[in-house]
Ligand binder design. Structure first.
Ligand code: IPE
Ligand code: IPE
Ligand code: MG
Length: 261
């Protein structure tokens, strides 16, 4: 069931590759990059790339859910993306309204539950409402979690967690000596994902090889896969190729046993 056709990079031949169904990464996180360049290459305005990228989100979310991914986190808007021209920011803020407005019935059909992490209180009211409604409408879904990082920044997330810890110490509810990794995990935006909070596989499209402030704490032991495609060109096969690459890795977590996957 989980086999796919892959074009071998060195020979150019099409080969059938098998995914190990027992080793599908539980949490896949994607830095969806390259929308603007995809559009520019076609002499289109940057926002045309964002529109096309929204369709890719639908394709990839459905494919990930069918493959058995448990959490799919998508970096949609960073705390630094406000630096872009107002017209582009406004368009990006409208996208969740269009996306959820058309896609929630499909999400429900696929038993996909929407979550959002980020400083959503800073989003325009209509975007906040679209997000709130999508979360409420899919709250009963028990399948994959589709987790959007929206106005999210890894450093800001850590700063907020530290502020919360400091407040608790100040109020006398927390002993500084009791602050451990779990205490920090519990105050990050991924806390409610429990054991699935850390991505197993992190994918970035468009050839850029950096984190751009994404999940700095949580990716400590993630496997990274960088692909050349711009996000609007990413598809089910590209996801399967990335998972295949993940399955060839040996995760050791600092130990010596080359545990597979
Ligand atoms: C990713 O594509 C989408 C967002 C960051 C919102 P970009 O808009 O960054 O596209 P490039 O990197 O400029 O091509
Ligand atoms: C990262 O992409 C943010 C998202 C994909 C939402 P950017 O395009 O903003 O990252 P930089 O500026 O190239 O590092
Ligand atoms: Mg970019």
């Amino acid at each position: 069931m989980f086999s796919f056709l892959n074009k071998n990079q060195s020979t150019g031949e099409v080969e059938e590759l098998q995914l190990d169904e027992a080793n599908i990464p539980a949490h896949v996180a994607i830095i969806m990059d390259g929308n603007g360049r995809w559009a520019q290459q076609r002499h289109l305005p940057r926002i045309a790339g964002h529109k096309q990228g929204m369709d890719t989100v639908k394709t990839v979310a459905t494919a990930a859910s069918h493959l058995g991914v448990k959490v799919l986190t998508l970096y949609a808007f960073s705390t630094e993306n406000w630096k872009r021209p107002t017209a582009e920011v406004n368009y990006l803020m409208k996208l969740p309204v269009d996306f959820f407005g058309t896609f929630v019935p499909d999400l429900i059909k696929n038993n996909i539950c929407v979550k959002v992490m980020g400083y959503t209180d800073k989003l325009p009211a209509a975007t906040q409402k679209a997000v709130r409604d999508a979360i409420a409408d899919t709250a009963h879904c028990t399948g994959m979690v589709l987790n959007f990082a929206l106005n999210y920044g890894g450093r800001a997330e850590i700063v907020t967690a530290v502020q919360n810890l400091a407040e608790e110490v100040k109020a006398g509810r927390l002993d500084p000596a009791a602050i451990d990794e779990a205490a920090i995990d519990q105050r990050l935006m991924t806390a409610d994902l429990a054991d699935l909070r850390d991505p197993d596989l992190l994918i970035r499209t468009s050839g850029e090889e950096r984190l751009s402030n994404f999940m700095l704490w949580q990716v400590a032991y993630s496997e990274f896969v960088f692909t050349q495609q711009h996000w609007p060109d990413f598809d089910q096969t590209a996801l399967e190729q990335a998972i295949y690459e993940y399955q060839q890795r040996h995760r050791r977590f600092g130990g010596l046993t080359p545990a597979k996957g």
